[in-house]
Ligand binder design. Structure first.
Ligand code: PGA
Length: 255
């Protein structure tokens, strides 16, 4: 099981970030069969990395990266730089970046290819809005396929070992806690969407063992319902990751 804790732009204070990190370290020791990835905002990420004391199943992720490693790109962060600093994972294409920063599939595609080329494990977020959701499964699948194909343009030219680092996150926008008041997707529906995405990865991208996570209002109360579905390889967890008790419970349940 892959458990990814997306802190988003939280907490504001570094001491709180350290406390949260310590809780995650403790929790990760109880989740021996899981890989735990912590994604703090950049202002905390590198400072926390420098605290050292790595736990064997705990890794770090960034919440974004650029497609170039150097040049006149004010404010951007390099994929190679992240890898060199000890960051192994990166979230790409999160719906909040698409919404607030106008990230397009074309930009996300460049970031994704670059991240894969430099040995990062990108976690590509895909998901439909509420309107598409209510149009039913066919509309959702067609939306997901189009997002996926545009994001993976050119990926067929990468080596199998580079491509194998790809992780998808099925994250319906309407199910993200800030948008829904904490209403997660129905686990059976989420599993069906994940199965569909996996079929495309196998058939069109020759990825023999595709990894797809679910994200959207996952917490310690509903995670067990999703764990019943073998299609679900893990979770991207936002709000619940900011609560030490919740985070520890989630890790204990995932095991
Ligand atoms: P949530 O966020 O768990 O708060 O819904 C998930 C995410 O957006 O990564």
């Amino acid at each position: 099981m892959l458990l990814v804790f997306n802190w988003k732009l939280n907490p504001q204070n570094f001491n709180q970030a350290v406390k949260l990190f310590e809780a995650m370290k403790t929790g990760s020791k109880k989740a021996k069969n899981s890989v735990i990835v912590i994604c703090p905002p950049f202002e905390h990420l590198f400072r926390i990395l420098n605290l050292g004391a790595k736990v064997s199943n705990l890794y770090f992720g960034a919440q974004d990266c650029f497609w170039e490693n150097s040049g006149s790109y004010t404010g951007e962060i390099s994929p190679l730089g992240l890898k060199t600093a000890g960051v192994d994972y990166v979230i790409l294409g999160h719906s909040e970046r698409r919404q607030y920063l106008d990230e397009t599939n074309e930009m996300i595609n460049k970031k994704l290819i670059s991240a894969l080329s430099f040995g990062l494990k990108p976690m590509l977020c895909l998901g439909e809005d509420e309107k598409t959701h209510f149009q039913g499964e066919k509309a959702v699948n067609s939306f997901l396929k189009s997002q996926l194909v545009q994001s993976l343009l050119g990926a067929e030219r990468l080596s199998l070992s580079q491509k194998s680092n790809l992780i998808l996150v099925y994250e319906p926008i309407w199910a993200i806690s800030d948008n829904s008041g904490n209403l997660a997707d129905n686990p059976a529906d989420a599993a069906a969407a994940i199965k569909y995405l996996k079929e495309i990865l196998v058939a069109d991208y020759q990825l023999p063992i595709p990894k797809v996570l679910y994200g959207g209002s996952v917490n310690s109360k509903n995670i067990a319902d999703f764990l019943k579905y073998p299609e679900v390889d893990g979770f991207l967890i936002g709000r619940a990751s900011l609560n030490q008790q919740q985070a520890k419970e989630i890790m204990a349940i995932a095991g």
